[in-house]
Design a protein around this ligand. Sequence first.
Ligand SMILES: O=C1O[C@H](COP(=O)(O)O)[C@@H](O)[C@H](O)[C@H]1O
Length: 325
Amino acid sequence: MAFSSTAFLSTVRTLPAQVPLLRPISLSTPLTSKLFVCKHPISALRSTGVSSLTNHLNPARLVLKRKASMTGVVTDKGKGDIKVFDSEEDLAVSLAKYIANISDKFAKERGAFTVALSGGSLIKSLRKLVDLPHLSSVDWEKWHVFWVDERVVPKDHPDSNYLLACDGLLSKIPLHPGNVYAINDALSAKGAADDYETCLKHLVQNQTLAVSESGFPKFDLILMGMGPDGHVASLFPGHPLVQENKQWVASIENSPKPPPERITFTFPVINASAHIAVVAAGASKAHPVHVAVGDGQNPDLLPVQLVSPEGELAWFLDKEAASKL
Ligand SMILES: O=C1O[C@H](COP(=O)(O)O)[C@@H](O)[C@H](O)[C@H]1O
């Protein structure tokens, strides 16, 4: 079967937005979560096989093998590895390699790789994952994909982080459909947050998700974007949810950034992670980067300053985002 990423994308866009899937876990207690996946012909991908699939790729992709040019890496205890790239293009090349390496480690070590995505500009920076060599070398079957935060809107709504990830990444890689954990957008924000937390609890119970010593789910990798105001996930400066330390997933009905209704991982879950990459590109991110990893000052604590994983923290910055360091 000939593969065309453009054809895949148009398939995603024209089919109805939601298809309930088989649940990836078998439990005596039924889940309340509905799991959805974007509409791409995964069965066709799987029967073709990833390595032969690469023979059908758009030839333009095959020449995109370039080395990332980095202006510097600083390792600061507590602040993590700070990698600064000449351009966002170089950042994207290096980020794909970093993700592929971590995926490889966990797929081999425990037969699963759990990764939580943000929305926003991060998704564009993941584009190199669907180029060679990663498209053919990553063990996509082992991937379990979650959202660090999600807007409570239908999955075909332009504000949906799920739709953004589908269009930019998920529709182009051969994931197992049951391993994509989207929110139930038929519920209220509170209902969707509780439902997502229940889903995570079941996945901890069946050991798909690891658990930290503190009892919170331990994601193998959290890919974190950051807003110009220093927000991460849907945890905004000055909002009481920043202090939440019991819930795993919380709802917010008054997000200062639209849309107002969202769900979000809380800091205990974020910081239980084995790896966190904070990705920031562009001059609008220079101030929060300066405050979080440099000597910049802000009258109030920025949420990004509270990112401090039990595991490893890496910053992927382009020159503009790092311009005040
Ligand atoms: O609203 C959100 O914003 C942040 C940052 O987005 P960016 O476009 O400035 O990178 C994002 O990380 C989060 O997931 C999203 O819901």
